[in-house]
Design a protein around this ligand. Structure first.
Ligand code: SF4
Length: 172
């Protein structure tokens, strides 16, 4: 009989942890009604050592290279974030994690439509994935992942949980 409780990783701010750059959270009330889930909250920016509160960061294009930069102090967090992602992917795989819910639009956690900036330009020049998610999708492409915007209604939540169950029970 397989384990019925499924571990799912989640951006910590969605679970109500006050880890955003401004010290606030983005709690989603419906999350607590999801059954048979063991949540594993992660804030990649806190894990990278940025602290709370912290300076805002964004994705920036430098000579065709995409970097994760702090906006005012111009610190490059790309390598630290990549290292954190690899560390966490290994930990989550050990824990048999079978899905990941990410916070939308974040330069670390966003799975799509994250603005990409370029020095000297007043508007974003493109859109892409957050730096942490980029690594997750490269190193663990089969993991079901979604952002909270796709889970605002019951249909979206059921669809995602079906993918998670197929991944979890199909791979155990
Ligand atoms: S979106 Fe990601 S990096 Fe930003 S506060 Fe939430 S968990 Fe942390």
């Amino acid at each position: 009989m397989p384990e019925q409780i499924i571990p799912i990783a989640i951006s910590a701010c969605l679970l109500g942890e006050e880890v955003r750059y401004d010290g606030k959270h983005k709690q989603q009330t419906w999350i607590h009604a999801m059954a048979d889930v063991r949540w594993i909250p992660i804030c990649p920016e806190v894990e990278a050592g940025m602290g709370v509160p912290r300076e805002k960061i964004h994705l920036e294009l430098h000579h065709q290279q995409l970097k994760l930069m702090s906006i005012d102090t111009r610190q490059d967090w790309s390598a630290v974030m990549d290292e954190q992602a690899s560390v966490w992917i290994a930990k989550l795989q050990q824990q048999n994690v079978s899905g990941y819910i990410f916070k939308s639009k974040s330069p670390s956690c966003g799975i799509k439509d994250v603005p990409i900036w370029q020095e000297g330009r007043s508007e974003p020049v493109a859109a892409g994935r957050g730096r942490f998610v980029q690594r997750v999708t490269q190193q663990w492409p089969e993991l079901p992942l979604v952002d909270e915007m796709a889970l605002q209604d019951e249909t979206g939540r059921q669809r995602f949980m079906q993918q998670v169950r197929e991944y979890h029970f199909g791979s155990s």
